[in-house]
Design a protein around this ligand. Structure first.
Ligand code: BES
Ligand code: ZN
Length: 444
């Protein structure tokens, strides 16, 4: 294990699961580890408590006249269940071939650490950084960054920067440098359906009351038209900006085709909105997904019951110029209209975040692409991504800064899933990328 991988191994051992209140102490310990590492590199470090998990800020000496670059990352991770599907314990990093396996290895600790080590190495070599640098690391990205936008507003003056850079997205294939110029937004909704005041005998009452389990299936099924794969919520597509011809053309030449998608997902055939390729559907079109559904008897054998309640968890991925609150309002109206009589709906909003898109050809975009080219020796692919990093649009809204997304995640990294892994080759490339990026942005 080389010295850099040893540091990664240490970082990955913190079970910093932001959604799990029992892990609060571990999340905090992970923040402390970052603070110590950053201090040792010679940066000025501040740890800021929030209502949730801490924000860690680190800066070099900012000098008038230099470009100011903020590098963002998140040290929190997703939960690990189903634990039994992991080949090795998720917080005991395991190396096999070129990959390190652990929760958070790709999303986002490995990518965050590549930047930290890049800076650390520049400073350890006695060189000055070519930019004014601010590291902003948060512990709540995986729960929608609820406290970070208020933090940006509160500390706006100290966080103002020319541009933000993040490595928390993907590469289209191994060895293919990838510049991401758009992210989908997100809007989540939890639905609780209540019918009878208690579970009922389905012989005595079946036929006289609406069944919440049936109703929840009807609500879920009402979201899409099966033949076209389109979302059937009134107004859902109204604000959608169509894909541009150049991007459809560019994406059609990428080394990520339908056969690869089938093999990555394990499905027998792909399905989605008609008239779009799978890359267009995931990167440039909005979707509605059922993330969870539940009702009724799940045990062995039959139990003749009409359950009193049912639940549904939905998320919508959004593209420019869809607005999360408008989409949630439209979804609520749709669900209420479809819900059968005698069932009441309780609707609770979850995470939300606006979609993001930037011109990949502006000066900072071109500088970032030069750094990718210098690191990987190839021209970068220009893509959008289907995932969301809600704070990115807030960087624009609050700080007025565009974000450069230079991801190092491979398509089979299994982010959020069992056996998450990060390519050690990409880890090493990421360290180099950080140095090339700061050089390149410094001379912008
Ligand atoms: N790193 C991902 C975002 C991502 C994933 C971008 C794949 C591009 C491709 C991030 O950690 C994430 O998982 N975000 C959540 C946000 C949500 C919890 C508000 C997401 O996209 O589900
Ligand atoms: Zn994630």
């Amino acid at each position: 294990m080389n010295a850099d991988v040893k540091v990664l191994d240490e970082f990955l051992r913190f079970p910093s699961i932001s959604t799990d209140s029992a892990s609060r102490g571990h999340v905090n310990d992970c923040a402390d580890w970052l603070v110590e590492r950053l201090q040792k590199s010679g940066l000025d470090v501040e740890k800021h408590p929030t209502k949730g998990h801490p924000v860690v800020l680190a800066k070099n000496k900012h000098i008038e006249g230099r470009k100011t670059v903020m590098i963002y990352g998140h040290y929190d991770v997703q939960p690990v269940d189903p634990l039994e599907l992991w080949d090795h314990p998720p917080f005991e990093p395991h190396i096999a071939g070129d990959r390190i396996y652990a929760r958070g290895s790709t999303d986002n600790k490995g990518q965050l650490l590549a930047h930290l080590l890049g800076v650390e190495k520049t400073l350890a070599a006695g060189k000055d950084l070519p930019v004014n640098l601010t590291f902003l690391f948060e512990g709540e990205e995986e729960i929608g960054s609820p406290n970070l936008e208020p933090f940006l507003e509160e500390h706006r003056d100290s966080l103002l920067c020319d541009v933000v850079a993040i490595s928390d997205t993907g590469m289209v294939a191994p060895g293919v440098p990838t510049f991401t110029y758009g992210l989908r937004g997100i809007a989540c909704l939890e639905v609780l359906l209540k019918g009878p005041s208690t579970d009922l005998h389905s012989g005595i009452y079946g036929g006289t009351v609406a069944n919440p389990a049936t109703a929840v299936a009807q609500l879920a099924a009402s979201l899409h038209e099966v033949a076209s794969g389109r979302v059937q919520i009134d107004g859902f597509y109204d604000a959608v900006v169509p894909l541009e011809d150049w991007e459809r053309q560019a994406w059609s030449n990428l080394p990520l085709d339908d056969a690869e998608m089938i093999s990555l997902t394990g499905v027998s055939t792909l399905y989605g909105e008609a008239d779009y390729t799978s890359l267009e559907r995931t990167w440039g079109r909005p979707t509605a997904e059922v993330n969870g559904i539940g009702a009724g008897y799940q045990g062995e054998g039959s139990k003749t019951v009409i359950p009193a309640e049912a639940m549904l968890k939905l998320s919508f991925r959004l593209v420019p110029d869809q607005d999360p609150s408008q989409i949630l309002a439209a979804a609520k109206a749709h669900l209420k209209a479809v819900c059968p009589p005698g069932i009441s709906l309780e609707l609770k909003m979850g995470h939300d975040g606006k979609p993001y898109k930037v011109d990949p050809h502006n000066d900072f975009g071109k500088a970032a692409q030069r750094a990718l080219q210098a690191t990987f020796g190839k021209e970068p692919a220009l893509i959008r991504e289907g995932g969301s990093i809600p704070i990115v649009q807030s960087f624009k809204d609050v700080l007025g800064a565009d974000t450069l997304l230079l991801g190092l995640a491979l398509p089979d990294c299994r982010a959020h899933a069992p056996n998450e892994n990060f390519s050690l080759e990409n880890f090493a490339a990421g360290i180099q990328l950080n140095q090339n990026l700061l050089e390149s942005l410094g001379s912008c």
